[in-house]
Design a protein around this ligand. Structure first.
Ligand SMILES: [Zn+2]
Length: 101
């Protein structure tokens, strides 16, 4: 079962494509606000790594320009079943987009 994705692309272990779906809510539009160590509202992003597909997390909004290293998960761990489903969907979305391009 774990081999189901190995026949896909070799890029499955390292993803460089952005989220396959548009964000429903902007990174700073969520409520209630969660503050990072700088005291600013932390940005909420969606991770699309093979281990954590579609899992949301908080990170300092200024992390790339001298902010803090604040990090916190929004969602709990993804079950192995959902992880497979989401990874398969992720692969399908990008496969179709590549074919369309
Ligand atoms: Zn910060």
């Amino acid at each position: 079962m774990a081999s189901s994705r190995s026949e896909g692309s070799s890029a499955s272990s390292r993803r460089t494509s952005p989220s396959p779906i548009p964000y429903r809510v902007g990174p700073l539009e969520y409520q209630p606000a969660v503050a990072c160590r700088c005291g600013s509202k932390a940005a909420r992003w969606i991770l699309w790594s093979p281990d954590n597909p579609g899992r949301r997390y908080f990170k300092c909004a200024d992390a790339r320009s001298g902010g803090c290293d604040f990090f916190a998960w929004v969602d709990g761990p993804t079950s192995s079943f959902l992880r497979e489903v989401l990874n398969d969907l992720w692969d399908e979305v990008w496969k179709l987009r590549r074919e369309k391009a």
